[in-house]
Design a protein around this ligand. Structure first.
Ligand code: SAM
Length: 221
């Protein structure tokens, strides 16, 4: 078994091929991922086919905006697969995790019972007034909702981002328009983000890990 070591990205580890985060809750796997102990540290394998953020790491992000104390607003948390790795990385920060599906939210709630930095919110990212009172300004806005109006939802949540904060929008081309070519969907998303006053730092297509998905890394101007 190859040795796990720090990667070039703070908070992310590698054995040369696979990615890992340090388990905030040793002994507990979240979604059936492999746990690996080395010395007195336990790592959780992070699969780029299960998580778009891991896929972005494999592709090479221009900036990785997460660190130990980062405050994150995460829209479309589902059962918490990617959220759990962010909770590992942002160990002294907070991950506000918004999810609309009650069924997925139950799993998120159970996850938050063990993870002190995870704040689950049952809510609709398209109607952020419903959870605005629960939030403090965040360093990173992350969205993965796979909805038709992905950029519109992202824009509605920009007021939660502190000045100079960074955004990561995962765009699913087929959610925006099943008939359009992904390249055209990404070009339209880039235009919409720029017209919202954002600097688009990177557009990374996530194939082959996540087909027809792209990650948009943006900065408030
Ligand atoms: N981000 C998750 C991960 O990597 O572990 C996977 C997210 S899944 C592709 C999309 C999620 O967005 C679903 O759980 C869905 O219920 C949620 N979603 C869709 N529309 C939403 C909305 N308006 N507000 C909040 N969550 C939403």
């Amino acid at each position: 078994m190859p040795r796990i070591r720090r990667s070039d990205v703070p908070g992310v580890y590698t054995d040369g091929e696979r990615l890992y985060t340090e388990n905030l809750v040793p002994g507990i796997a979240v979604y059936g991922e492999r746990l690996v102990s080395q010395g007195d540290v336990e790592y959780r394998a992070w699969n780029p086919r299960r998580s778009k953020l891991a896929a972005l790491l494999k592709k090479g992000p221009a900036v990785f905006p997460f660190g130990r104390r980062t405050e994150v607003l995460y829209l479309g948390a589902a059962q918490g697969t990617t959220v759990s790795h962010l909770s590992d990385i942002c160990a002294d920060g907070t991950v506000y995790a918004v999810e609309i599906s009650r069924r997925a939210f139950q799993k998120l709630l159970a996850l938050a019972e063990r993870r002190h930095n995870l704040m689950p919110i049952l809510g609709d990212a398209d109607a952020p007034d419903g959870y605005a009172r629960l939030l403090a300004p965040v360093d990173v806005l992350y969205q993965d909702v796979a909805q038709r109006d992905q950029v519109g939802i992202f824009r509605k949540n920009l007021p939660f981002l502190r000045p100079g904060g960074l955004g990561l929008l995962m765009v699913k081309a087929r959610s925006a328009d099943v008939t359009a070519r992904p390249v055209d969907v990404y070009a339209a998303a880039r235009r919409d983000l720029a017209s919202a006053g954002l600097d688009v730092l990177q557009v990374a297509e996530l194939d082959p890990y996540q087909e027809d998905h792209a990650a948009f890394l943006v900065e408030t101007a």
